[in-house]
Design a protein around this ligand. Structure first.
Ligand code: NAP
Length: 281
């Protein structure tokens, strides 16, 4: 391996420490702790694990959690009502709806029930627009975590060719928008892209956001490129063929320990942002 690791554990730890200090100052000033409500629908074991990790990390930095666990049979209407109630609850600063939700739920309708001022996971249309326009709002956590990770290693973005593989509303599209806002030249690839290998081979920065194990072959990576693997597939396997890519890249994220820890750290930092804005309003 010749690449240096983009160590999301280490960078996220610094952000969590900063967040804990901000929480302590917030408590001194306002006599309460910022509160993050987590909403989980159903029994998916991976989703349970993600929520538990978020609740544990919240406790570590001093953020209060409000857990709302709903049965797998919950309808869109029931979920929307829960999210509306949390959106108007003055004790709650941020709301996270763990996704994917069960198939009968209209996930987009549920996301849109979250008040934009509490959308600390950055999943609403309002947050998407804020990222697109560069206006005030919350960023999607994984994309924002990726940019913070690149910044922590001083990876230049201006004028660089970035190829984003994946175009989901919460990951691929927003990470491309955030790279564009930093003056990268962005190409999106997706399942209908012709000759993915040729696009990836052009990239100074590759962001893999697909959910297909090792789809991005190491031999496609331009020597010296920076590789960010947001994919997380069963067996701790990313979307990039790690060993072969690491032999060519200059910097690369490990899976796990790259993008994942950044996502939670950004969620908690944005919860404190929301609480501060809440108190200022
Ligand atoms: P998603 O909604 O399923 O989107 C996957 C994207 O990949 C789609 O845009 C799809 O294209 C594209 N795609 C699928 N097969 C492809 C192929 N063969 N070639 C090129 N593109 C292809 O997934 P997501 O929610 O964005 O998540 C993507 C991955 O990131 C998953 O592994 C997920 O677990 C991981 N993730 C990690 C974190 C974290 O915190 N680390 C957070 C969120 C997600 P079409 O649009 O054409 O269908």
């Amino acid at each position: 391996m010749t690449a240096t690791l983009l160590d999301g554990q280490a960078v996220s730890r610094r952000l969590l420490d900063e967040t804990a200090e901000r929480v302590a100052r917030f408590r001194d000033r306002h006599g309460r702790r910022p509160c993050l409500a987590t909403v989980l629908v159903g029994d998916d074991p991976a989703s349970h694990t993600y929520v538990r990790m978020k609740v544990n990390r919240s406790a570590q930095v001093g953020i209060e959690s409000r857990r709302v666990d709903l049965p797998a049979s919950t309808s869109t209407e029931q979920l929307v009502k829960v999210l509306h109630d949390l959106s108007t609850d003055p004790q709650v600063d941020g709301i996270l709806l763990q996704h994917p939700t069960p198939a009968q739920v209209d996930e987009r309708a549920a996301f849109e029930a979250i008040a934009p001022g509490k959308d600390v996971d950055g999943v609403t249309g309002a947050s998407f627009a804020a990222m697109a326009f560069g206006s005030r709002g919350f960023a999607s956590c994984t994309p924002a975590g990726i940019i913070r990770l690149l910044d922590a290693y001083d990876v230049p973005l201006r004028g660089r060719r970035a190829v984003v593989v994946g175009r989901s509303a919460i990951l691929g599209k927003p990470v491309g928008m955030l790279l564009l806002a930093r003056d990268a030249t962005v190409t999106y690839c997706h399942s209908r892209t012709v000759d993915l290998a040729a696009h990836v081979a052009e990239a100074d920065i590759v962001v893999a956001a697909v959910g297909v194990p090792e789809l991005i072959r190491g031999e496609w990576i331009r020597p010296g490129a920076v590789v960010v693997d947001a994919g997380y597939n069963p067996g701790n396997v990313g979307d990039v063929e790690f060993d072969a890519a690491a032999a060519r890249a200059s910097l690369i994220t490990p899976v796990p320990g790259g993008v994942g820890p950044m996502t939670i750290a950004v969620l908690l930092a944005q919860t404190v942002d929301a609480a501060e804005r809440h108190e200022a309003s």
